[in-house]
Design a protein around this ligand. Structure first.
Ligand code: DER
Length: 228
């Protein structure tokens, strides 16, 4: 049996092959996307890739990319990203995904929205028939009035849980809270997303719908590439 870590590496390495000279690349967050960032750094250092600039989706990824010697840019300097490689927590058959268990969903979504070709890298355990089966939907909310926001999220059918790290409420890179919203499976993701976004205090949801162009899945039988 191949270890999950090895599957993540294979998916990340394969995704890095989509990066070409001169591209603006969105650098995702999480343990799978990390391998793509490492591989891009390696290719730049060896001269296999040239003139690539990266837009990191988190402070964590920014630190990694700097250490790997990947030149960085911002959305202010480069508003259009050619390719983004990011991880996900769940992927359904329609290429809709849940993201945000890593805590960086807001920047990841802004980057995905600015991207021509969004690649998601996962191991096969992330594939589901229906979103919400294994993972909650992380919802980033501002701290002011967050209990009221939580109550409104309950009205959407969720069991929202305030995320904690080391006993303290988790704060995103933007200083917001995350409410992990557990649903008993999501049958209409677009309707649910609209409902959640209509609640004052909600900044963004971890539902990435219609934003993904390619999913690279690493499994025991090798790499599968799903493109639409
Ligand atoms: O979107 C996220 O926050 C996810 O957690 C995602 O990036 C997956 O991370 P993983 O590759 O470490 O499972």
């Amino acid at each position: 049996m191949i270890a999950v870590e090895e599957l993540k590496r294979q998916a990340g390495d394969r995704a890095a092959e989509y990066v070409q000279d001169g591209m603006v690349v969105g650098l995702g967050s999480g343990s799978t996307a990390r391998y793509a960032t490492l591989r891009i750094g390696q290719k730049l250092r060896s001269g296999e890739l040239r003139d690539v600039v990266g837009v990191p989706t988190s402070i964590e990824t920014e630190t990694l990319a700097r250490a790997e010697g990947i030149p960085l840019t911002t959305l202010e300097e480069h508003g259009q990203i050619d390719v983004t490689i990011d991880g996900a927590d769940e992927v359904d058959p329609d290429y809709n995904v849940i993201k945000g268990l890593g805590g960086f969903l807001l920047r990841e979504k802004i980057v995905a929205y600015s991207t021509r070709y969004e690649i998601i890298v996962v191991d096969e355990s992330k594939l589901v028939d229906r979103l919400g089966t294994k993972s909650p939907v992380p919802v980033e909310v501002i701290r002011f009035g967050w209990r009221n926001t939580r109550a409104a999220l309950e009205d959407t059918g969720a069991r929202p849980v305030l995320r904690h790290v080391n006993g303290e409420p988790y704060l995103t890179d933007e200083g917001n809270y995350v409410l992990d919203c557990h649903y008993p499976g999501i049958s209409c993701p677009y309707e649910l997303e609209a409902e959640i976004l209509s609640i004052p205090g909600v900044v963004e949801t971890g539902l990435f719908l219609g934003m993904v162009h390619c999913v690279i899945v690493a499994g025991a039988d090798g790499i599968r590439i799903m493109e639409r």
